[in-house]
Design a protein around this ligand. Sequence first.
Ligand code: NAD
Ligand code: GLY
Length: 363
Amino acid sequence: MSTPSRKIPVDLPGRTYEVTVGAGLIGREDCFAPGILGEDVLIVTNETVGPLYLDRLRQSLGSRRAAVCILPDGERFKTLEGFSAIIDSLVENRMHRDATVIALGGGVVGDMAGFAAACYQRGVAVVQVPTTLLAQVDASVGGKTGVNHPGGKNLIGAFHQPAQVLADVTTLRTLPDREYRAGLAEVVKYGAGLDPGFFDWQEQNTEALLARQEHALIEAVSRCCECKAGIVLEDEKEAGRRALLNLGHTFGHAFEAATGFDQWLHGEAVAAGIIMAARLSEKLGHLSAGEAERIRALLDRFGLPLSPPPGSATVFLDLMRMDKKVTSGRMRFVLLRALGESFVADDVSDRDVASVLRQASAP
Ligand code: NAD
Ligand code: GLY
């Protein structure tokens, strides 16, 4: 018997939507009932995900007029050109303000399609149908959309909340192993940073998660989305608490940048970054050595990188200073007071950061 679906409301005033998490959702005729109001739909996907799930998705659309925009696959195509291709499709297919964009794919497709929906005719609806673990637990919820610029990742974008999110965990069966594990780093982020009970649950369900068992996936994705929805309700535009979702990301972005953005997946860099944030928290006297070790051990069981890529502490520090999260010249780190209890610190000394980086890189 299949595990029942879960529904997580995101109750933003005037823009309430639901995240549905379940198995075998795509293809069901009723699946888009709350999110698609008009008759016109543009499905945005890429050349990898399209052949896998496009036909099934079309079956859910009944008699609606559905056009398709297929983008090349990859972060390097998350550009203004990709954005323009979606806008061109909307124009060529004579879509009006009541049209709905459906983003079928990982975070790259979701961010680009969301941004195009935010801009087309000053905003049309977008329904997110995330097909990677990372997109199901993070990118599809919360309304951050955008594209990269040669000068930096996600430099151009807008907040545009989806009308609906449909996370069908069945799609995760075809996800390459490395991508799947990278998504698990973000799952650990929620437990370690925000929900200690969820962290315990992950420790107890490691094998089920690695085996991609349906019930474990529905539980994990739902709990991440509940955490994220709670934070987005409190701080939609990241004026404060939403920054807690960046646990491991200050270090992680530096690791991604140091390796040219093409060797480590984002989640892999975040995994090593979470370990560094835990070690830094321990060094500054906030987190116990035992708790830092539990975080390291869980990421290890998920087969994720446990130390920084080759590089000097000075280079990583320089890269951290260029990060988007730097405000008024101060680097911000998400640190841990205990498992599941994170806070933002902007007064950490370069010396302490360099010290944990050197320790972690020592042979
Ligand atoms: P991705 O979209 O590049 O997908 C990873 C790979 O998996 C791609 O090759 C994709 O084609 C393939 N794929 C997707 N679903 C598949 C499936 N079911 N079966 C087989 N292959 C599949 O990467 P991602 O990790 O999903 O997303 C990363 C992007 O998300 C980055 O651009 C990042 O900036 C963005 N992001 C956004 C937010 C946000 O809040 N908006 C949050 C986190 C990350
Ligand atoms: N991925 C972090 C956020 O949505 O704020």
